[in-house]
Design a protein around this ligand. Structure first.
Ligand SMILES: *Cc1c(COP(=O)(O)O)cnc(C)c1O
Length: 461
C-alpha cells in the first residue's frame, strides 16, 4: 500500500478538540442520530463534504491582503478574468458566489420551460435548477457508471448512442447538454477525453451547445493523464485546456477545484446569453466585476485555480483518496470501485446485510463511526433518497445504499486518513453488533438534513 507524502508543510495549525466516547454518545443522541445536527467542533475528522472545506495556501492568504474592494473595476477581477480565460478559452467570465448561482443564471436564460437537459448525472443542485427553470433533467451516464463493483477507468462517461438517439428524438427541445467532470453523483468517476470528443461531435451535429459542470476539472484531467492513451506526456493544464476547448462554456463551484471556501463562476462564448446573464447577475448577485464576492475572494480563487493544476498537488490529492480506499479494500470492506477523485464510498448494504434498507443501514454506520471514533461521514442512501408513492404509500428505496467519506483538499494528513481507515475496519470487524434505526421525525422535503432517528431495540433480519 504505497502513498505519496504531503507536498506541503504546515505553517498554521487549527486545533481540533478531542472528545470522549461518552461525550459523543450524548451528542449524537441529542442530535437525533443525525450528523447534520452535530456541533462541528465535536468532530475529529470531518468527511461530510469536500466542498468549501479546502485549506488555502500561504499564497492565497497573502492574496486576500491585496484585495481591491472597489465596487466597479477591481484589479482582482481583471486577474481572475484572465486566469479563467487562459484556462478555459471562453470569452465571457461571470463571477458568482458559488456554483449553484452559475447554474441558476445559465438555466434561467438558456432554458425555455418544457425543454430537456441531458447530463451524465445531474448533481442535486443542477437537477434542481433545471427543474426550477421548468426543464426536465435527463441522466445518460454509461451503463457501467451505475454498477458500483465493476472496475473501469472512465465510469463517468456519457452513453453516446443514447445521447445521439435522444437528440435525434428531441431535436430543438434541448437548449444545451451538460457534462459533469468528475461525475460527483456517480462516485466522483472521471469522463475520458475520447468521450468528451464524442459528445462534442454529436452535439455539434445536432446544433446543441455543450457545457461542463467543471467543479472537479483538475481531478478529471489528472485521471485522463493517468488512464487515457496518448495523454501521459501532456501537462494537466494542457489536458484541462483541451477539454474546455471542446465545449461552449462551463459552470464552476470554486469550492471544489478552486481551492477556496466560497466562490464560483460561469464562463461562456455566446454573447447574447452572456449579456442576458450579466443583467440577471446585477439583479441577483451584484456588479459584474465582483458577482457576489469580495475582491479578495476573487484573488484567492485566481490563485487556487493555478495551484490546483500543480502536479505534485494532484498526485498527492488523488493518491490520498486512493490510499484510504485501498486500505479499506485490503481489509475486505465493500466500497464503490474504482476509488473516485474526491471521496471513498462504502457499500452499506453489503457492509450490514442484516439491516434492511427500511432501517437505514448507511445511517447506522454513520452514527457508529461518529460515536466510536469521532469521524463524520454522510449517508447517501435510503435516508436521503427513499421516496413514498403519494398514492399507494409504498416506499421505494434507492438502488445504492452508500456512506460517503469525502476528503477535504490539503486539510488532513495521511496519518489522519490511516486513523479513518482503521476506524472503518474496526466497525467492519464488529458489524454484526450494529443495529437498524427508525425515524421519529421527518420533514416533507430533503428530510435527511433535519430528520431525527432512534435505534431499534435489537438487530432484526
Ligand atoms: C458542488 C457542486 C455544484 C454546486 O456548487 P455549490 O458551490 O455548492 O453551489 C454543482 N455541481 C457539482 C458537480 C458539484 O459538485
Amino acid at each position: 500500500m504505497d502513498y505519496l507524502a504531503e507536498p506541503f508543510r504546515v505553517k498554521v495549525v487549527e486545533r481540533v478538540r478531542r472528545t470522549t466516547e461518552e461525550e459523543r454518545a450524548r451528542l449524537i443522541k441529542d442530535a437525533g442520530l443525525n450528523i447534520f445536527a452535530l456541533p462541528a467542533d465535536s468532530i475529529y475528522v470531518d468527511l461530510l463534504t469536500d466542498s468549501g472545506t479546502s485549506a488555502m495556501s500561504d499564497r492565497q492568504w497573502a492574496g486576500l491582503m491585496v484585495g481591491d474592494e472597489s465596487y466597479a473595476g477591481s484589479r482582482n477581477f481583471y486577474k481572475f478574468q484572465q486566469t479563467v480565460r487562459d484556462l478555459t478559452g471562453y470569452q465571457h467570465i461571470i463571477p458568482t458566489h458559488q456554483g449553484r448561482m452559475a447554474e441558476h443564471l445559465l438555466f434561467t436564460i438558456a432554458l425555455t420551460p418544457g425543454q430537456h437537459v441531458p447530463n451524465n448525472i445531474h448533481f442535486d443542485t443542477t437537477r434542481a435548477h433545471v427543474q426550477h427553470a421548468g426543464g426536465k433533467p435527463v441522466d445518460l451516464v454509461c451503463a457501467e457508471g451505475l454498477n458500483p463493483t465493476i472496475d473501469k477507468p472512465f465510469k463517468g462517461n456519457m452513453d453516446l448512442a443514447r445521447l445521439d438517439a435522444y437528440l435525434t428524438e428531441q431535436g430543438s427541445n434541448v437548449p444545451l447538454v451538460m457534462v459533469t467532470v468528475t461525475n460527483n453523483s456517480g462516485g466522483g468517476q472521471p469522463v475520458s477525453m475520447e468521450n468528451i470528443r464524442g459528445i462534442r461531435e454529436i452535439t455539434h451535429r445536432h446544433g446543441v451547445p455543450m457545457f461542463f459542470d467543471a467543479c472537479r476539472f483538475a481531478e478529471n484531467s489528472w485521471f485522463i493523464r493517468e488512464r487515457e492513451k496518448g495523454y501521459s506526456k501532456k501537462s494537466v493544464r494542457e489536458i484541462a485546456q483541451e477539454m474546455f476547448s471542446l465545449g461552449d462554456g462551463c459552470t464552476m463551484s470554486a469550492k471544489k477545484d478552486g481551492l477556496v471556501n466560497i466562490g464560483g463562476f460561469l464562463a461562456l462564448n455566446n454573447p447574447e446569453w452572456s449579456e442576458k446573464i450579466t443583467n440577471l447577475l446585477i439583479l441577483l448577485e451584484g456588479f459584474p466585476t465582483y458577482g457576489g464576492l469580495a475582491g479578495r475572494d476573487l484573488e484567492a480563487m485566481s490563485i487556487g485555480l493555478e495551484e490546483v493544476l500543480e502536479e505534485d498537488y494532484l498526485a498527492f490529492r488523488i493518491g490520498q483518496v486512493r490510499y484510504l480506499g485501498e486500505m479499506l479494500m485490503a481489509g475486505g470492506v465493500p466500497i464503490v470501485r474504482p476509488v473516485g477523485g474526491h471521496a471513498v464510498y462504502i457499500d452499506a448494504k453489503s457492509f450490514l446485510p442484516h439491516i434492511p434498507q427500511s432501517q437505514f443501514p448507511g445511517q447506522s454506520l454513520v452514527v457508529e463511526l461518529y460515536r466510536k471514533h469521532g469521524i463524520r461521514a454522510v449517508e447517501v442512501g435510503s435516508l436521503m433518497f427513499a421516496e413514498k408513492d403519494p398514492k399507494s404509500g409504498e416506499v421505494r428505496y434507492p438502488a445504492l445504499e452508500l456512506v460517503r467519506l469525502a476528503i477535504p483538499r490539503r486539510v488532513y494528513t495521511t496519518m489522519q486518513m490511516k486513523y479513518v481507515g482503521e476506524a472503518v475496519l474496526d466497525l467492519y470487524s464488529r458489524r454484526k453488533e450494529l443495529k437498524g434505526l427508525r425515524l421519529t421525525h421527518e420533514a416533507p422535503v430533503l428530510r435527511h438534513f433535519t430528520a431525527r432517528l432512534e435505534h431499534m431495540e435489537a438487530a432484526t433480519v
